[in-house]
Write a protein that binds this ligand. Structure first.
Ligand code: NAD
Length: 415
């Protein structure tokens, strides 16, 4: 099998969108490629006294609508095509949510599970020094993603502030609340996803109370997805998994017990009173809602036919291949595409930037209300477009988002 390339998927999706919207050739060409990308080599002193050079990337995909915005991933298999794809999806995500920002993404090839806190701090600070003035509150604003967290954001903000000689809280989001982080950022991705699932459930006639849910991945997105599904809507979370395996309990799991077990053992696997289940089995379970919340390319042409959920809510970025998309659509599965479903994270990150600029902070209730309004509006815009153009939900989300980006590029005179 050819190696999976998420950026090739993006380009396929853009081509399909160009067909649907009959895009001008110049606009189409701009949307198929990143505006700017930077490769950096980061020499870092390790705890044993040796120096290791880490590879870092930052892609600023398109800033027609405002400064680029997007997370930072620390992963041993990070590569430029994944970063390009994620940066493109961020561009569509901000446009779809009608947030005045462009799209970017970054990454460092490293394995945080094998690094000390000191090593992580040094690699984080080295990345900021290497990017220098390419980032900044009105240029490009990073945030957390896979295997990065509020502590890493705090170090990076501190390093940038030192370079600037002044506090610059707005350079990065997902910071701890004590350093200008927003109330409600921790669970924002999953919470935003649930606001969209709530609307989709009404559309599909699914009663969320007691609805069966399976979640792949149990990090920031996956854990909060299980927790909020259980506490906000009374769903029954029957299966969850992480990189080391999965667990099933027909009578429903307590997401807090699962989190406590993971904190103690490093994995959800092996929780007493549950049955082991593989990641592949989890995707084919008889559930109402399936939530991929780990990495890309988990639903493919090979296994999409096995999906028995009526709603697939993509909290992960890029979990579904184009072949899988067609199969799910044909089988009547209501897919909530990634850059709609997981847009809660960037939306509250944007709220964080606004609060940093104003130096005036909202309470959690206000953040939740504003997030709900944004997510609900975006879902209905996508649904209405899907019905009007007779296309699937991902194509519809592309149509809404790309129109906004194209308009901005045209008004600026780029194309
Ligand atoms: P995280 O690092 O907190 O958690 C990742 C989880 O995925 C971990 O539980 C890990 O064990 C699991 N995982 C890794 N490989 C796996 C595999 N092969 N099979 C099953 N599970 C596996 O990361 P996160 O922030 O929760 O991000 C997860 C996904 O959500 C990513 O696609 C990310 O881009 C997306 N996302 C996150 C945010 C955010 O605000 N954190 C926002 C938007 C999208």
């Amino acid at each position: 099998m050819a190696e999976f390339n998420p950026f090739a998927v993006v380009q396929q999706q853009v081509d399909r969108c160009a067909e649907i919207l009959k895009l001008d050739a110049g606009v189409h060409d701009m949307l198929r490629r990143p505006m700017r990308e930077v490769w950096v080599s980061l020499p870092v002193r390790m705890d044993d006294g040796s120096t290791r050079v880490f590879q870092g990337f930052r892609v600023q995909y398109n800033d027609a609508r405002g400064p680029t915005k997007g997370g930072l991933r620390f992963h041993p298999e990070e590569n430029i095509d994944t970063v390009r794809a994620l940066a493109a999806w961020m561009t569509w995500k901000c446009a779809l949510m009608d947030i005045p920002l462009g799209g970017g993404k970054g990454g460092i090839v490293c394995n945080p599970k094998e690094m000390s806190q000191g090593e992580l701090e040094r690699v984080s600070r080295a990345y900021v020094r290497a990017l220098g003035r390419l980032i900044g509150p009105d240029r490009d604003v990073p945030a957390p993603d896979v295997y990065t967290n509020p502590q890493i954001m705090a170090w990076m903000m501190d390093e940038y502030s030192r370079l600037e000689g002044a506090n610059q809280f707005g350079v990065i989001t997902g910071k701890p609340p004590a350093l200008g982080g927003s109330a409600g950022r921790g669970d924002a991705t999953a919470r935003g996803g649930w606001y969209v699932i709530r609307e989709a459930a009404k559309e599909c006639g699914t009663d969320l109370a007691g609805a069966r849910v399976a979640v792949q991945g149990y990090g920031n997105a996956g854990y909060y997805a299980a927790h909020l599904g259980h506490t906000l809507f009374g769903c029954k979370v029957v299966a969850v998994s992480d990189s080391r395996g999965g667990i099933l309990a027909e009578e429903g799991l307590d997401p807090e017990h699962v989190a406590a077990h993971k904190a103690e053992t490093g994995s959800v696997a092996g929780l007493p009173g549950t049955e082991p289940i593989s990641n592949a089995e989890l995707l084919g379970l008889e559930v109402d809602i399936l939530i991929p919340a780990a990495l890309e390319n988990v639903l493919t042409g090979e296994n999409a036919g096995d999906v028995r959920a009526s709603i697939v809510a993509e909290l992960a970025n890029g979990p579904t291949s184009p072949e899988a998309d067609s199969i799910l659509h044909r089988n009547g599965v209501h897919v909530l595409p990634d850059f709609l479903c997981n847009a809660g994270g960037v939306t509250v990150s944007y709220f964080e930037m606004v609060q940093n600029l104003y130096m005036f902070y909202w309470d959690e209730e206000e953040v939740h209300q504003r997030l709900d309004a944004k997510m609900t509006t975006a879902y209905h815009a996508v649904l209405e477009t899907a019905q009007r153009l007779d296309v699937n939900m991902r194509e519809a989300a592309y149509a809404v988002a790309v129109r906004h980006v194209a308009e901005a590029m045209q008004l600026r005179g780029w194309v």
